[in-house]
Design a protein around this ligand. Structure first.
Ligand SMILES: [Zn+2]
Length: 175
């Protein structure tokens, strides 16, 4: 069940460099557009996070406006990840990202694709280098400080939970 971490990291770095993104928040919509995908924010069924529809010429990313803005950001980045990393069916629908992982009917391949899209989204929204710079500029970093975490999460347009997960992944917070 290995996911392509290196590939995802280098893809994200390439995107940020190509489109000269050097500070948070990362403009997911602009990056998607550059890859021929338009993002539509719309009212979808509650259990649906978003979807990716594509044909040969173009792609459409749908994001459910019933969910919090930080989740909408994550969904948009997740779908962009599918677009750039996966050759899936024409219409790919995402329900709650976590629920799917417990779904034993889904194939291993699908789980990997979901995990890769999640890793892509976290890496894109919270680039390693940006976090490093932000944390280096802090006089002393106390990652158990809710205030600091909230400020950072707001800056990156993510939930504090997503931020904490990312910081754990990068080794800033010990499990
Ligand atoms: Zn997905």
């Amino acid at each position: 069940m290995a996911i392509r971490r290196r590939r995802i990291e280098s893809l994200v770095r390439e995107l940020l460099t190509t489109y000269k993104v050097s500070a948070a928040p990362v403009p997911v919509e602009r990056l998607a557009k550059a890859h021929g995908a338009r993002i539509f924010y719309q009212s979808l069924e509650d259990d649906m996070s978003g979807f990716l529809y594509r044909d040969n010429a173009s792609a459409v990313i749908g994001v459910n406006t019933h969910h919090a803005p930080v989740r909408q950001n994550f969904t948009a980045a997740h779908e962009l990840g599918h677009l750039l990393l996966h050759d899936q069916e024409q219409l790919h629908v995402d329900h709650g990202f976590r629920v799917r992982l417990r779904d034993d009917v889904s194939s291993q391949g699908t789980d990997e694709a979901e995990r890769e899209a999640n890793l892509f989204a976290a890496s894109l929204l919270m680039p390693k280098e940006f976090l490093e710079a932000d944390l280096a500029s802090e006089e002393s970093v106390d990652l158990l400080d809710d205030g600091l975490l909230c400020d950072l999460a707001r800056k990156y347009g993510v939930s504090t939970q997503a931020l904490v997960n990312r910081l754990k992944n990068l080794g800033y917070i010990q499990e």
